[in-house]
Design a protein around this ligand. Structure first.
Ligand SMILES: Nc1ncnc2c1ncn2[C@@H]1O[C@H](COP(=O)(O)OP(=O)(O)O)[C@@H](O)[C@H]1O
Ligand SMILES: [Mg+2]
Length: 244
């Protein structure tokens, strides 16, 4: 069955696109069929992060307006054969309804194991459109109070969407500060936001050079946390809660 997961946050710049693309790459490296849908229409950059920006012929607007079939909006990744992206390159100010995007995504969804939806910052129309297309959510936050407050608001809003699971990804963590107790711990963040932390992602130097950190242990762990129990290898209790 296809899992449709929105990656959201409220706050911008906390790493939604980075988490979405790195999770997609890790799942695709395991052989899962993954489509990354860039629903951040104003500031879309999934294609740049995944290095496929010049490969799209059609985009989601073409599918919505009937110029192509939904499947034709998908760009196959040259390096990971089971990874596709839904192009939204040329959309800026045009209004596209949540239902229209959902129809496009749902038409190709059965061909994938995972649909990962990159959401814009904020809690307005674009957020609503992205969440409307999903059944599960990953909220990305950093250990900083301002990001956590936005994550908390988003978590509250998500409750009205009947999602089956919501988990937190704590990104841009300076591990030494966390170890020394100078920033909130994983447990404190989970407790404060009343959500399971499915992954803690350190600030990676590699990401400054190359947007996908293929060898990152944190992104590998995040991908494993998304898998059904029988496919996990040695995953600790907190990850299991994600699937409940
Ligand atoms: N774990 C990380 N380590 C280092 N840089 C990161 C990390 N996560 C995100 N970044 C960087 O932070 C910036 C914002 O990330 P991005 O994913 O675009 O955020 P958002 O989609 O939430 O606006 C980007 O330049 C990205 O490369
Ligand atoms: Mg983004």
């Amino acid at each position: 069955m296809t899992r449709k997961i929105v990656v959201t946050s409220g706050k911008g710049g906390v790493g939604k696109t980075t988490v979405c693309c790195n999770l997609a790459v890790q799942l695709a490296r395991r052989g899962f069929r993954v489509a990354v849908c860039d629903l951040d229409f104003g500031l879309n950059n999934v294609d740049v992060v995944l290095g496929v920006e010049s490969l799209a012929t059609y985009d989601v607007l073409d599918a919505v307006e009937g110029r192509c079939r939904a499947r034709q909006t998908l760009v196959k990744h040259p390096r990971y054969p089971t990874l596709y992206t839904l192009a939204s390159n040329r959309i800026a100010e045009r209004y596209i309804s949540p239902q229209a995007v959902r129809l496009v995504i749902d038409s190709f969804a059965p061909q994938f194991d995972f649909i990962l939806i990159d959401s814009p910052a904020g809690i307005e129309e674009g957020f609503h459109r992205a969440v409307s297309c999903a059944e599960e959510a990953l909220i990305v936050t950093t250990p900083h109070i301002s990001a956590m407050r936005d994550a908390d608001r988003v978590a509250a809003i998500l409750q009205s969407y009947k999602l089956t699971a919501t988990g937190l990804v704590v990104n841009l963590v300076k591990r030494d500060l966390m170890r020394k107790g100078e920033i909130l711990s994983r447990e404190e963040i989970a407790h404060t936001l009343r959500l399971p932390v499915v992954a803690v992602v350190p600030e990676e130097d590699k990401l400054f050079l190359d947007n996908v950190a293929e060898r990152s242990r944190a992104f590998r762990a995040l991908a494993e946390s998304m898998l059904p129990r029988e496919e996990k290898r040695g995953i600790s209790g907190i990850f299991r809660r994600w699937r409940q």
